[in-house]
Design a binder for this molecule. Structure first.
Ligand SMILES: [Fe+2]
Length: 127
């Protein structure tokens, strides 16, 4: 089982070098707090708040997944160089339809060099 890095690791880290490392890999889920049942809405996943991640042939973000609790909803795969070999905040927009019950969304990202990273949970109320 791989180690999964979580957002709490950043909050507890005070050293700038380590904060840089944690921040650039961490996915964030951005979407409304409340959506209407049966309506399509946008869920953006973006990595890093302050620090961009490298996009090199041997070190890049290769996968972003969107989860609702234990269910995988969608995923996007990336080839090294797709961001022009420049450091970037990798991001993707997913569009999903609100189900009958409220959701607890989260995102996972995979760095080809630094493993698996998990966002904070994003509760979404369905009305
Ligand atoms: Fe990395």
């Amino acid at each position: 089982m791989p180690r999964v890095f979580k957002a709490i690791d950043i909050e507890n880290e005070e050293k700038e070098v380590k904060r840089d490392y944690l921040d650039r890999h961490m996915p964030h889920v951005i979407c409304p707090d409340q959506v209407k049942r049966g309506e399509k809405f946008q869920v953006k996943v973006i990595l890093g708040e302050e620090y961009p991640h490298p996009d090199e042939y041997d070190h890049s973000i290769s996968l972003i997944q969107l989860w609702n609790r234990e269910t995988l909803l969608a995923e996007a795969r990336y080839t090294p160089g797709v961001y022009g070999n420049l450091p970037s905040h990798v991001e993707v927009d997913f569009y999903i339809v609100a189900p009958d019950v409220s959701m607890n969304l989260s995102a996972m990202s995979v760095c080809s060099k630094h493993g698996l990273w998990q966002s904070e949970d994003k509760p979404v109320k369905v009305i």
